[in-house]
Design a protein around this ligand. Structure first.
Ligand code: MF3
Ligand code: CO
Length: 273
C-alpha cells in the first residue's frame, strides 16, 4: 500500500538545535561508558546519565515516556532493549547496551552503544562490533540514499557479511526524530520490499540496528518493558540520530559528527557549522 507520510523536514537552524541536543546525549553516553565496569549498579549509571543531561540544561526524554521510569535503558546480555536500570550488577564478560536520549529547547536526540565489559567471549565481542559497523554502514547508505529503505538493506547486508549466522531484529525499528522522540518515518534495519519515502535534506532519523547471535524472536517481560531474546542468546544495539543535509549527512549524536567512521567509507560529512 502506498502511504504518503507527513514527514517533519527541518530547517538548517533546526538541525543546528538538534545538534546541540545530540551533543548532550553524546556527553551522557561518554560518561556512562566509563562507568560501565564490573561491580557497577545499573541504577547508579542511570543517575549519572540523568545528571550529565541536566547539567547541560537538557532533560532526559526517556523519563516518563509512555510511563518509562528511568533516563536510560540498560540492557544486559540476552536483554535486547528497554531494560530498566535498577539494582542489576554488571559483571566482567557482560555486554551492556545503553540507550539514552535528551530533549533540549524542544529538540530530541537518541543514541545507543553496546559496551563489552572487560574480557568478553569472542563471539559476543564480534556481535558488538558487527552491530556497530552495521550502524555506520547504514549511516553511509543514508548519506547517498534516494529512498529511505536503502538504509535497512545496507544494515542487513553489513551484518550478514560480518557474520552470516547473526540475525537482525524485526520487532523493533528506527524512527524519525525531531520535535518528538518517535515520529514518522519508520526506519527498518533490514531489507524490505518497498522503497520507503524519498530521502531529502532536512530529514532526521534514528538508525538503530539490534542484532542477535541466535533467533530474532523476542519476548517482553511482565514489567512491560524488558525485551529478551526467546532463545536466551545475546544481543547488541547501536544507534545514532542522523540528519540529512544538502550535501550529505551529519551524525548529530557523534562527537565528531561522524567524520571518522564515514571517511573510512568514502563519505564526507556535511555539517552545518
Ligand atoms: N530510545 C528508544 C528508541 O530508540 C526508545 C526508548 S523508549 C523509553 O526508540 F521509553 F524507554 F524511553
Ligand atoms: Co531510537
Amino acid at each position: 500500500m502506498l502511504r504518503r507520510e507527513r514527514l517533519e523536514i527541518k530547517t538548517p537552524d533546526q538541525i543546528r538545535l538538534m545538534r546541540a541536543s545530540g551533543l548532550v546525549t553524546a556527553a551522557a553516553l561518554a560518561a556512562v561508558r566509563e562507568a560501565v565496569v564490573p561491580g557497577a549498579v545499573a541504577g547508579d549509571i542511570d543517575h549519572l546519565a540523568e545528571t550529565v543531561i541536566r547539567d547541560h540544561g537538557a532533560e532526559p526524554n526517556f523519563l516518563g515516556y509512555a510511563g518509562y521510569p528511568a533516563s536510560i535503558c540498560l540492557s544486559i546480555n540476552d536483554v535486547v532493549v528497554h531494560g530498566i536500570p535498577k539494582r542489576q550488577v554488571i559483571h566482567e564478560g557482560d555486554i551492556v547496551s545503553i540507550d539514552c536520549g535528551a530533549v533540549l529547547h524542544g529538540w530530541h536526540s537518541d543514541a545507543a552503544i553496546t559496551i563489552p565489559v572487560g574480557d568478553v567471549n569472542a563471539r559476543s565481542d564480534c556481535l558488538v562490533e558487527v552491530t556497530r559497523v552495521s550502524l555506520w554502514d547504514g549511516i553511509a547508505a543514508y548519506a547517498r540514499a534516494q529512498h529511505l529503505n536503502e538504509v535497512g538493506a545496507a544494515v542487513e547486508a553489513s551484518v550478514l557479511a560480518g557474520e552470516p549466522s547473526f540475525g537482525v531484529l524485526q520487532d523493533y525499528i528506527g524512527h524519525g526524530i525531531g520535535t518528538e522522540m518517535h515520529m514518522d518515518p519508520e526506519v527498518p534495519n533490514y531489507a524490505v520490499r518497498d522503497r520507503g519515502p524519498k530521502v531529502r535534506p532536512g530529514l532526521v532519523v534514528a538508525i538503530e540496528p539490534m542484532v542477535v547471535e541466535g533467533r530474532i524472536a523476542t519476548v517482553t517481560e511482565s514489567d512491560g518493558w524488558t525485551v529478551r531474546t526467546v532463545d536466551g542468546r545475546w544481543a547488541a544495539h547501536w544507534e545514532h540520530t542522523v540528519a540529512r543535509t544538502d550535501d550529505g549527512v551529519w551524525v548529530l549524536t557523534a562527537e565528531d559528527g561522524g567524520a571518522g567512521e564515514l571517511a573510512a567509507r568514502g563519505v564526507t560529512i556535511a555539517p552545518l557549522e
